[in-house]
Design a binder for this molecule. Structure first.
Ligand SMILES: *Cc1c(COP(=O)(O)O)cnc(C)c1O
Length: 387
């Protein structure tokens, strides 16, 4: 199998797994216990938290451990809005469902949510942001990089606008971490979400960076762990693994980016040169190094994915989460794509363990599969697929 769906999840790094294993067996203490089992577990969490903080240049006490990216986003939105007097949030049309669904809930609770439009490349409209800010704006939440088309937003500029107006700024950086250098102090962001399983760590663990001095209403109540912000006995093994994944992501960032970019660019240029009636989606300059996203006219993306899977290639139409609900990509719709363009879209995201030879094999399979699908396409008279 050739796995080209790293934006959905990644395999765990061998060194991450090795570092986690003792915490399932010998070092099973509760970090809140006073005895040495407890102290060892607490110490392991300390080290992990430091590593997570270092990846984004945060302080250790600014890292809230969560069950993943979804919880980090929920904590940021509900945590800020439920203790703020101002009643308005500004977000964008292309956010992940882990932002859009909490926003819908907040709207039902009486909050006002503004969704910023994007251009054809998936870049958020900054002028519209400036014009949307009012005295009632409490929070702006804009993703760092999009999970479907990989477009990177002008995050620093957005942070500056928020700062000028004294508004809190959150970013869902789940697709950006490990692919772009991130420095929360340099950006000037107040809250930032990270997920472990997108950077070769275990699933079910993530973090929310909360700049010191930022007030949030706690989300889960109980024994007071995580500074009272998230009660419940810590998932020690997962936290240790997440810490190691962050350490490795920081150590190897440059090397990893070059690797992913090489693979992605090779795959992209071969597809563009060897397959007709294809377009690349998303920004070319501001794109995460692992992402490539196409529209193949006259092809149904879901059929394409099933065919690719039969030939041993794992790809995606976009977000893994939208598959269950079978709805057209809200991201591509916001980018102004026609129904036909959305239908024919394919996302391939590379990771640390892919090889150039896999890219070549993928193109060969893709050419064959697309030709097959197009030969029975209802659009085959509309386009000349033989050209
Ligand atoms: C994967 C992803 C999430 C959800 O993170 P989980 O850790 O899977 O809950 C949220 N936002 C973006 C942009 C993502 O890619």
């Amino acid at each position: 199998m050739i796995y080209l769906d790293s934006a959905a999840s990644t395999p765990i790094h061998e060194e991450v797994l090795q570092e986690m294993l003792p915490y399932f067996k010998e070092q099973y203490g509760n970090p809140s216990s006073i005895h040495r089992y407890g102290r060892l577990a607490a110490k392991a969490i300390d080290i992990a938290r430091k590593r997570i903080a270092e990846l984004i240049n945060a302080k250790q006490n600014e890292i809230l451990l969560t069950s993943g990216g979804t919880e980090s986003n929920n904590t940021a939105l509900f945590g800020i809005m439920r203790q703020n007097k101002a009643r308005q949030i500004i977000t964008s049309d292309i956010e992940h469902d882990a932002i859009l669904e909490p926003c819908k809930r907040l709207q039902r609770e009486g909050f006002d949510v503004i969704y910023l439009p994007v251009d054809n490349y998936g870049t958020v409209d900054i002028e519209k942001l400036k014009n949307s800010i009012t005295k009632e704006t409490a929070l702006v939440s804009i993703m760092f990089a999009n999970n479907e088309v990989g477009t990177i937003q002008p995050i620093k500029e957005i942070a500056q606008i928020c700062k000028q107006h004294n508004i809190l700024f959150h970013t869902d950086a789940i697709q950006a971490v490990g692919k772009i250098p991130i420095d929360v102090k340099d950006i000037g962001v107040d809250l930032l979400s990270i997920s472990s399983h997108k950077i070769n760590g275990p699933k079910g663990i993530g973090a929310l960076y909360i700049k010191n001095g930022t007030k949030l209403a706690p989300f889960i109540l109980g024994g007071g762990q995580e500074n009272g912000m998230r009660s419940g006995t810590e998932n020690v093994a997962n936290i240790v693994g997440f810490g190691k994944a962050c350490y490795l992501a920081k150590e190897n960032l440059d090397k990893n980016v070059i690797h992913m970019k090489n693979l992605r660019d090779h795959l992209t240029s071969r597809i563009i040169n060897e397959i007709s009636h294809v377009s690349i989606n998303g920004s070319m300059e501001n794109k995460t190094p692992n992402n490539t996203h196409f529209t193949f006219l006259g092809v149904n993306g879901e059929d394409l994915i099933i065919k690719l899977d039969e030939h041993g290639v794992a790809a995606s139409t976009g977000s893994a989460c939208s598959v269950k609900t079978q709805k057209a990509s809200h991201v591509l719709m916001a980018m102004g794509f026609s129904h036909e363009q959305i239908t024919g879209s394919l996302r391939m995201t590379v990771g640390l363990y892919n090889t150039i030879s896999e890219m070549d094999q993928t193109v060969d399979i893709l050419k064959k599969v697309i030709q097959e699908l197009r030969s029975v396409s209802p659009f085959k008279t509309k386009y000349d697929f033989t050209s």
